[in-house]
Write a protein that binds this ligand. Structure first.
Ligand code: RIB
Ligand code: CA
Length: 315
């Protein structure tokens, strides 16, 4: 099992990423931390607690982190995820509570308590992780790798070349990609292969129990905003791709490349400048995802959610 810390901004796709990490036997989910991104910190934290309550994830500490980017004002994605950040299904009042520690201190503690280096999986803006590496620079040695959802080798989704997680806090992303910690970047170019088609929704629904209908309803809402905003027939489920890379690296094909973060571009703030052909002469500082084994990805995700459902006495 790979020890994992998940830093997220739930968010419909983050919610499924939490359940994938908790349900798959290849992952030992040590902690969940939240950051402002898709919605404000209060809402992303509440949503993480809602998902943990729904999925019966009661033995994983949840810590709230940064309420805004390092230097810039927060931009949320209510147009994609709704006013709550997890619109669609109704959730019961969460019974899972957040710990009192700030996310950065929780991650610091877990990194030092765990006997081996830990894989950190950020699926939101990188504010918490950048702050960790700045506040506790020695922690870099206790991180096995950072496998993040963010960026793109192609076009963006909040700017012509900017993907949301990087765009919200480009300074944080520059710290992470420049930290020397091994980084794997799962960008839009690959997550747009993870489309939640009606067949996938039906497989989720068929899980039954507590999780099946709620996950299907989450995806139905997510599909409605992606259709309205970008004309997608089916929404891309970004964040679970990063978790899948940790679960089985063969699911996500990667190449080594230098990635620079554009923090000052008049038109390109937040762009991940992925030098796939080494034009700029910099040594690679990341593994960049370029391919996804789509059928095996969905099989693994549905199986993990089914396992989680079973633990709850569901479907
Ligand atoms: O651009 C997509 C990413 O931004 C996903 O992680 C989504 O949840 C949002 O955080
Ligand atoms: Ca996210």
């Amino acid at each position: 099992m790979t020890p994992v810390l998940l830093d997220c901004d739930p968010g419909h796709d983050d919610a499924i990423a939490i359940m994938l990490a908790a349900g798959d036997s290849a992952v030992d989910l040590l902690a969940i931390t939240t950051v402002a991104g898709n919605q404000t910190l209060g809402k992303t934290t509440l949503n993480a607690l809602r998902v943990c309550t729904l999925a019966g994830i009661r033995d994983v500490p949840v810590g709230a982190g940064c309420a805004r980017p390092l230097t810039r004002p927060l931009r949320v994605a209510a147009d994609v995820h709704g006013a709550s950040g997890l619109d669609g299904p109704r959730f019961a009042e969460p019974t899972v509570r957040a710990v009192g520690e700030h996310a950065v201190d929780l991650v610091h503690r877990v990194l030092h308590e765990h006997p081996e280096p830990v894989t950190v999986v950020p699926t939101g803006p990188l504010t918490n992780i950048a702050l960790l590496l700045t506040r506790y620079p020695g922690d870099a040695a206790r991180i096995r790798e950072i496998v993040l959802m963010g960026g793109s080798t192609e076009r963006g989704n909040v700017g012509p070349y900017a993907e949301f997680n990087i765009f919200v806090d480009p300074e944080a992303a520059a710290i992470v990609f420049g930290s020397g910690v091994p980084v794997t970047m799962c960008g839009l170019n690959v997550t747009h292969q993870a489309l939640v088609t009606p067949d996938v929704v039906a497989r989720l629904e068929a899980l039954g129990g507590e999780l099946g209908p709620v996950c299907a309803e989450l995806m139905t809402f997510f599909a409605s905003t992606y259709r309205e905003l970008w004309g997608f027939e089916a929404p891309p489920l970004h964040d679970p791709v990063a978790v899948a890379r940790v679960i089985d690296p063969a699911l996500v094909e990667c190449v080594d490349a230098h990635v620079a973060i554009e923090v000052a571009g008049e038109h390109t703030r937040g762009a991940t400048v992925v030098d796939l052909h080494g034009y700029l002469g910099h040594a690679p500082n990341a593994k960049v995802a370029v391919g996804l084994d789509v059928p095996r990805f969905w099989d693994r995700l549905v199986a993990a959610l089914g396992r989680l459902n079973g633990r709850r006495g569901g479907g």
